[in-house]
Every structure is written in C-alpha cells, then in structure tokens.
Design a protein around this ligand. Structure first.
Ligand code: LLP
Length: 438
C-alpha cells in the first residue's frame, strides 16, 4: 500500500520510516499514517472532478479520523470537511479549519450544537428531519443570520454492504423519505422559513460500497425529485450532495474501483439524469471518509503471549485489540497483517490474532499466515486508518494509542498516547467516599 516498502533489513517501511523504529520510539500499539497516501487520495477525487468539468466540493467525512493534524492536511488539499458533532466541529475550529468549508451532519443535532455552528458561521447544515428544520430556522432567526441547508433524503436505494453501515434504504433513522412524501413536505415548509437558504439535496446510500450502480440510482432519484420540486414548488437547487461510501481494499476479497471511476460514474450519471429532466446542471458534492484515510493507516502491535491448542488453533495475543480497532468485533471486518520486523520471511504457520481485553470476542484477525511468531515481534495490521482511532475506547481502562504521521523519512507525533492521568482525569471521589487519613 502507498509508500510502504520492505527495506534492506527486511523491515516494513512506511513513508520512508522503518516501522520497527517507530515502534521503538513511540511504543505500541501505534497508529501510523502514511501522509503522502492521504494526500494522494484527496487529489484523486479532486482530479477526477476537474476532468468532469463540473463544479464540485469534496468534503472529507471527518468521522473516519478526526484529529487536528488531519484537519490541517484536509485544508491544505483544498477539501471541505463534514462534521457530525460539536466535538468534530470543535476539533476542526481548533485546527483553524475555515468554517465556511464545514458541513454539519447528524440526525439529532442539539440546540447547543446548532448555535455553536451558527456562531462559527459554518458553510452549510445538512438538515435531517422536521424538528431540526424548524429549530435551525428559529435559532438562526434569534441570531439574525441565515443558514445554508441541504436536505438529507433517503432515496430508497439499498447499498450492498453490512446492514449497520447501510443507510439509503427507506427504513432508516436518517433523512426525509422520497417515497412517502415527507421530503416534499419538508421543502414546502422550508420555503416559508425566512432564515434558511435552500442549497439542495443530500443522499448517502451507505459505506464500503464497491458498485457504481447504487450511486447511479441515487443520482437518478435525486434528479427526478429535483425536477418535481422545481415544478411543484418553483425551487431550483444549485447543489446535489451524493454522500460518501466509496469502498477500499482491506483484504484481497475486496476489489474497489480506482476512486476516479466512481467519480466518473457519478458525474456522468448526474449530467445525464439532470439533462433528461431539462434541469440546470447543479454543483456536485461528495463526502468520502474511509477512502481518504483507510488504507493510509497501519497499526503496529507487539506480540505478547501465545496459546497453542494442538489441532485446533494457535492464539497470538497483541498489546491492543478491540479498544483500538473495534471493527472486527462490530462488523466482522477482516484485516491483513504482517510481521514488520521480519517482512521478507516466508509464512510457516497459521495463527489467530487476539487482543488483550477480557472478552472472547476481542479477536483482530482469524487464521492469518505468518512466519513462526516470536514474543516481541511487531505485527503490522494494514488499512486501519478509518474508523479505528475514531472508534477507539478505554474499555478495560486501556489507554488509547498514539498516532504518528510519516512522510519523506520523517515521523511526527499527531496524537500523544493517553496517560494514566488522562484515564482518571474526569473521575471524582465524592467527599463521603474520601479515604480517611490514618
Ligand atoms: N456521509 C455520510 C452522511 C455518512 O453517514 C458517512 C458515513 C460518510 C459520508 C462517509 O462514509 P465513508 O466514505 O467513510 O464510507 N463505523 C463504520 C462506518 C460508518 C459510516 C457512517 N457514515 C465502519 O467502521 O465501517
């Protein structure tokens, strides 16, 4: 992947830095991001859109991995940023990300979150439901400002992906329904709301998608609905947002298209569908998360204990697990891995990689072929850039790992490893439970 190679010591090298050196310097578990690869992914989307000749915005879905240094890279690459909570918004603002390029998502934005975003003067709200629609208008009115809005619609397209990460079908907690008329009603109501500037429609069909068909279908539904809105309400939208969800290669079972091909399919479909309904070509926005950071991330672990059950299975335990990567436990996600310190050695045994949590489900990889594993080996699990650090927890009071960016033979710490102090920082012992001084 990316700028990873094997150096003459037979060690995995990422961004020109020996992975075993990273493990020694920063400790393990460690999240390592190949910065050049992140930037390349950003550029692939932008270049594909440029070729299409359409007006566009690529908003990085920060839920995949949201830390200040990442926001800096996204800004430098000229992308916009999608946030879904006050915490992501805060992180972006702290990093100095231009507020006008921030889009705010979410199915239950609190009044406080909306106010924070209005005060920051963010670029646009993706309105999800009727409650939010009226709350946003009222709060913008109190502040005497206008808010740009996109309407999130559920296009009724089923993306073929895990049910927990599939969102475009009708029975979903997200968005206004196209089928039952709630989207049209929302727009009718919104037209009368003085503080809202209606930019257009938003549709997100799911995540880790490999087929372009779902995006084509979504473009068709959105174009047809836009045409109806123009006829019935006299509103013409300048923007269409088709969400994220572009699949990446975690293992050889996955065969994603080059990102440019998704974009070509989307821009072609949008051009064709909007031409068919004789509609002025809107700007097209997308929100990739996983496909920007997923394959740029590698997690390094140190091998600890082992348990061999002859004829059954050999467990190899590492110093992390579901706390730094809950995806195998949550989604049965599969990963590939190698020994970073013996990257050229032939595989000799099949082992299963266990985490260190007190929970049988804490398994990272089943049936992985490796050289004969030794205590102290450094295991590198690839493709852990998206939804790993972002979903990490302190289960078992395990400290979250550090994050480093590597590029051009240089490594930079971007998130410090949590300390024991961080773990108890918010704990409070009530007076009545205070320890009596002996
Ligand atoms: N836009 C919206 C409205 C979304 O809900 C999402 C993801 C994205 C964009 C970005 O999707 P991506 O390009 O990253 O596929 N935790 C799960 C993934 C949840 C995705 C949620 N929404 C996982 O680890 O697979």
């Amino acid at each position: 992947h990316g700028t990873s190679t094997i150096n003459d010591k037979g060690h995995l090298e990422i961004g020109g830095v020996d992975a075993t050196k990273l493990a020694a310097e920063y400790g393990t578990p460690l999240y390592v991001f190949d910065e050049a690869l992140v930037r390349r992914r950003c550029r692939e989307f932008v270049e594909a859109f440029r070729e299409s000749g359409m007006k566009f915005q690529v908003a990085y879905a920060s839920k995949a991995f949201c830390v200040k240094a990442m926001c800096r890279i996204v800004e430098e690459e000229g992308l916009s940023l999608d946030v879904v909570s006050d915490g992501e918004l805060y992180t972006a603002l702290e990093a100095g990300f231009p507020a006008g390029r921030i889009h705010f998502h979410g199915n239950n934005k609190t009044p406080q979150e909306i106010e924070m975003a209005l005060d920051a003067k963010i670029g646009c709200f993706v309105v999800d439901n009727f409650v939010e629609l009226h709350m946003l208008n009222a709060l913008a009115g109190e502040k005497g400002v206008k808010a740009n809005v996109l309407f999130r619609v559920t296009p009724g397209v089923e993306a073929h992906t895990h049910e927990y990460i599939s969102t475009g079908q009708e029975d979903s907690k997200f968005g206004f329904d196209l089928q039952n008329g709630s989207a049209m009603r929302a727009l009718q109501e919104a037209k009368e709301l003085s503080q809202l500037v209606l930019l257009g429609l938003h549709s997100h069909i799911g995540s880790q998608i490999f087929e372009v068909e779902g995006f084509r279908l979504a473009a068709e539904k959105v174009a047809q609905f836009s045409a109806r809105v123009r006829t019935e309400l006299g509103l013409t939208f300048p923007v269409i947002n088709l969400g994220g969800g572009f699949g990446i290669r975690y293992t050889e079972d996955h065969t994603p298209l080059p990102m440019g091909e998704y974009i070509r399919a989307i821009t072609d479909a949008v051009k064709k569908q909007f031409a068919q309904v004789d509609y002025p070509l809107p700007e097209i926005w997308i929100e990739p998360g996983r496909s920007i950071v997923g394959d740029a991330g590698t997690t390094l672990y140190t091998v600890g204990t082992m348990k061999d059950i002859p004829g059954v299975r050999k467990y190899v335990a590492v110093d992390g697990g579901m706390t730094d990567n809950p995806r195998p436990a949550l989604y049965e996600a599969k990963y590939e891995a190698m020994l970073a310190n013996r990257a050229r050695e032939a595989c000799e045994e099949t082992v299963s990689i266990a985490g260190k949590c007190c929970e049988s489900g804490d398994m990272l990889i089943w049936d992985l072929d490796l050289p004969r594993v030794k205590v102290g080996d450094i295991l590198a699990v690839s493709c852990t850039g998206a939804y790993n650090y972002a979903m990490a927890s302190n289960y078992n009071r395990i400290r979250r790992p550090a994050v480093v960016f590597v590029q051009n033979g240089q490594s930079d710490l971007v998130v410090r490893r949590e300390t024991f102090g961080d773990l108890v920082n918010n704990d409070v012992i009530p007076e009545r439970l205070a320890r009596v001084q002996q």
